[in-house]
Design a protein around this ligand. Structure first.
Ligand code: FAD
Length: 468
């Protein structure tokens, strides 16, 4: 039939979940179609998420490090910022990666179809392409439609001064005074970038602290640093009134410690969470169940209620993270190929790439207490790490949480400059069922920050009692 494409596997959405699923499926010999409405592959993560944000955070990190050196006897001048070049650097990084993905798709003969897709039956998807409507007939489908940022009611989103994370990453200009709505990871990462580039930042958060989900002692280290740099961090506070005027957007806050007078901002970044795209793909035509909140339930083999249709990534639930999507994508593709694969990760790490970075995995102390688990905690302060001191950044610590009876590691949290890279060892330790001795007896190179993981384990087993 003209305009009809037949395949073994169709993947709807080319984010980290979708492209991983498509590549794995093609590698397993299946004829694979990858549908994406945007011209480039990579989804949110590559185009307007993980990657561009980290490129900008790198710029911020270098500026801040240069500034800090003045305390250690080296002073640089005030940085001269060329916003166009910074933007080009960021776009260049994204461009290299999306081009790379294109090459990988071609090598594997994954057929890309660009356009908006929706299911029309349990075996067909219709794609609205530039050349007209195309029907993709499939044996298996993998839904990887991702998520979008939540538009908080009451904000004038038609005003260009009100932006979401995608708008923030375009780095159109550096506003003098910026309000960040939402004290979660995305809001705080963008606050870090804009603050370093010169904006005065106010963060407003409905909950009682930043980065809900991580232990408070960990977040405190970040809070201590940013509260000196930002104009205000307003917790337990809501934006009661948002009024766009010619001279700026005026916001009235409600909450303890909030300013009583309306405040004027040049830009407002709304980063108050993301919502799944489950309701936008015509899933009902395929008989796939979509919850009221837009999530599509999937089992450990990534199957939806329709056994030849799988779902992965942000569209199936929390945590909405790229590495989770990638692993789920692999599992879905392998099941399409008749393998018996399961997503059985014990833990999924979470990292805020702020300054300092906040990284955690497995059970938090707060959760352990709420669940009544018997735990032991080893906390190694970076102030006792020669390397952290030498780096001029001893604001941090490494925390290991163990099962009190078995001494197995069940959780970890690290806060400090570069904490995100250090977390991997603890993820492996939990996956491999390590106890504290496995880690403490592993010889870690000196002087490294990674030693702090072993030291935290030694604190639990009592072999470090005083911190020299
Ligand atoms: P997505 O990446 O959302 O991709 C879904 C794709 O499907 C999109 O390209 C979309 O266009 C396409 N699509 C949807 N519906 C249709 C349709 N009907 N027809 C055709 N195409 C369609 N995660 C991390 O792990 N680390 C980070 O550092 C990190 N930083 C982030 C920073 C920001 C600013 C943001 C916004 C997110 C960040 N995330 C991060 C989250 C991460 O981007 C997501 O978890 C990840 O992209 C999810 O992958 P996915 O494959 O499920 O979906």
């Amino acid at each position: 039939v003209a305009g009809e494409i037949s395949c073994d596997v169709v993947v709807l959405g080319a984010g980290p979940g979708g492209y991983t699923a498509a590549f794995r499926s093609a590698d397993l010999g299946l004829n694979t179609v990858l549908i994406e409405k945007h011209p480039t592959l990579g989804g949110v993560c590559l185009n307007v998420g993980c990657i561009p944000s980290k490129a900008l955070l790198h710029v911020a990190k270098v500026i801040n490090e240069a500034d800090e050196m003045s305390h250690h006897g080296v002073s640089f001048g005030k940085p001269a910022l060329d916003i166009d070049k910074i933007r080009d650097f960021k776009s260049g990084v994204v461009g290299k990666l999306t081009k790379g993905l294109d090459g990988l798709a071609k090598q594997r003969k994954v057929q890309k179809v660009q356009g908006l897709a929706k299911f029309t039956s349990p075996y067909t998807i219709e794609v609205d392409t530039a050349e007209g409507k195309k029907t993709v007939r499939f044996k298996n489908a993998i839904i990887a439609a991702g998520s979008h940022s939540f538009k908080v009611p009451g904000f004038p989103f038609d005003d260009p001064r009100v932006i979401d994370s995608t708008g923030a990453l375009t780095l159109e200009n550096i506003p003098e005074r910026m309000l960040v709505v939402g004290g979660g990871i995305i809001g705080l990462e963008m606050a870090e970038v804009y603050s370093t580039l010169g904006s005065k930042i106010t963060v407003v958060e409905l909950g009682d602290g930043l980065i809900p989900g991580a232990d408070r002692d960990v977040v405190k280290v970040l809070e201590n640093r940013v509260k000196k740099r930002y104009e205000a961090i307003l917790t337990k506070t809501k934006c009661a009134k948002v009024e766009p005027k010619i001279d700026g957007i005026w916001v009235t806050f409600e909450g303890p410690g909030a300013p009583t007078e309306p405040q004027k901002f040049d830009k407002i970044l709304v980063a108050a969470g993301r919502r799944p795209n489950g309701k936008t793909i015509g899933a009902e035509a395929a008989g796939v169940i979509v919850q009221d909140n837009g999530f599509i339930p999937a089992d450990k083999q990534q199957r939806t209620n329709v056994s030849h249709i799988y779902a992965i990534g942000d569209v199936i639930g929390q945590p909405m993270l790229a590495h989770k999507a990638v692993h789920e994508g692999r599992v879905a593709a392998e099941n399409c190929a008749g393998m018996k694969s399961f997503f059985d990760a014990r833990v999924i790490p979470g990292i805020a790439y702020t300054d300092p970075e906040v990284a955690w995995v497995g059970v938090t102390e707060t959760e352990a207490k709420a669940q009544g688990l018997e735990i032991e905690v080893g906390k190694f302060p970076w102030a006792a790490s020669g390397r952290a001191l030498g780096n001029g950044r001893d604001d941090g610590f490494t925390k290991i949480i163990t099962d009190k009876n078995t001494h197995k590691i069940i959780g970890a949290a690290i806060v400090g400059a570069g904490a995100g890279e250090l977390l991997a060892e603890t993820c492996l330790a939990i996956e491999m069922d390590c106890d504290i001795h496995d880690v403490a007896l592993t010889v870690h190179a000196h002087p490294t920050l990674s030693e702090s993981v072993a030291f935290a384990c030694e604190i639990v087993d009592g072999s470090i009692t005083d911190l020299y």
